[in-house]
Design a protein around this ligand. Structure first.
Ligand SMILES: NC(=O)c1ccc[n+]([C@@H]2O[C@H](COP(=O)([O-])OP(=O)(O)OC[C@H]3O[C@@H](n4cnc5c(N)ncnc54)[C@H](OP(=O)(O)O)[C@@H]3O)[C@@H](O)[C@H]2O)c1
Length: 295
């Protein structure tokens, strides 16, 4: 079995988690809406992830909605003591599967209670405030009212640790002035490196950075340099993409998503893949910011 501990561990909220985790979004039906195509496989994926050493699972009650949390509850209760389940709030799904902002204090409170009920826990370990921003990228603007609402739920004991998703560096600073921030979850992968500076900033603060779409999201990553590195290393291109993220910084925690055990095994095995310096240097060129040429 893969030794996922080979990728190391990092503090997330109150616990230390393996850097190789799992994202549950793919377990809901097509378009992250409705029940899974194969429920038995979804339950098996969750059980195998935990049996393989995964102790960090990312979810939201708006996946489905409710579907992934109910699957997690069915598959994993009683939850292992070392398991950290991270959820996110800030949106609701329309009947047409649309994703709509839901950020009033009442919306956020309802969302936290939805997570507690569907996961059957008394308190959430980590709740991320997910800003809608501009699709999968953040836009500036104060999040104080929303983060203060979650900090109040933390004071009430419903949330142990707070995080942020789809945010800018300025928004991280604004939130940290209100309450400690355990993690930041933004879009980032070998080809999409808008957050390079933020990752370094958070690493210096000891705050976990959790990239979403680590494999490229709904269209898995493809690049010549990935294919070549994979051939050299006897790995798959997506394993190389995950190994690159693990090598990026020690505070980067992975939550690759999949609905299949075969893909889960492939992804977890990336924990044992180390990248020689020359291969890393070539991979760095895939998403490197364009050089500014002085005129
Ligand atoms: N904070 C946010 O706003 C936000 C947004 C998006 C996602 N997330 C979180 O981040 C997690 C990861 O993102 P994601 O699941 O959207 O994208 P991802 O991990 O980048 O990629 C998932 C996609 O890759 C496929 N895949 C996975 N492993 C594969 C493999 N070994 N070979 C070939 N294809 C493979 C999956 O299909 P199969 O099911 O067929 O394997 C799925 O289509 C999510 O599960 C969710 O928990 C957060």
């Amino acid at each position: 079995m893969t030794q996922i501990a080979a990728a190391g561990a990092f503090e997330l909220g109150g616990k230390t988690v393996n850097r190789m985790g799992y994202g549950a979004m793919q377990l809901a039906g097509p378009g992250v809406f409705g029940p899974p195509r194969d429920k038995d496989e979804a339950v098996a994926v969750l059980r195998e992830a935990v049996a393989s050493g995964v102790n960090h699972i990312d979810t939201s009650d708006y996946y489905g909605p409710h579907v992934t949390n109910q699957l997690i509850r069915e598959a994993l209760q009683p939850y292992p003591d070392d398991l950290t389940i991270v959820t996110k709030v800030g949106a609701v799904r329309g009947e047409d599967a649309s994703w709509n902002p839901a950020i009033t204090p009442a919306d956020l409170t309802r969302a936290v209670h939805d997570n507690l009920r569907n996961l059957a826990v008394d308190a959430m370990e980590v709740v991320n405030l997910r800003r809608m921003g501009d699709g999968h990228g953040p836009t500036e603007g104060s999040l104080a009212a929303q983060f203060e609402a979650l900090a109040e739920l933390q004071r009430q004991g419903l949330i142990r640790h707070l995080g942020l998703s789809n945010v800018t560096s300025a928004q991280v600073a604004e939130a940290r002035a209100i309450a400690p921030v355990a993690c930041v979850q933004n879009m980032y992968n070998i080809a999409q490196r808008r957050d390079d500076a933020l990752i370094d900033e958070l690493a210096a603060l000891g705050v976990a950075y959790v990239p979403f779409f680590p494999l490229g999201g709904f269209s898995p990553l493809q690049a010549q340099a990935l294919t070549e590195a994979a051939a050299t290393l006897g790995a798959t291109p997506l394993q190389v993409a995950l190994a690159w993220l693990l090598a990026r910084a020690p505070n980067v925690l992975l939550i690759p998503g999949t609905s299949s055990r075969a893909h889960l095994r492939e992804n977890l095995a990336a924990a044992e893949l180390s990248l020689p310096a020359e291969i890393r240097a070539r991979l760095d060129t895939i998403g490197a910011p364009e050089r500014v040429v002085a005129s």
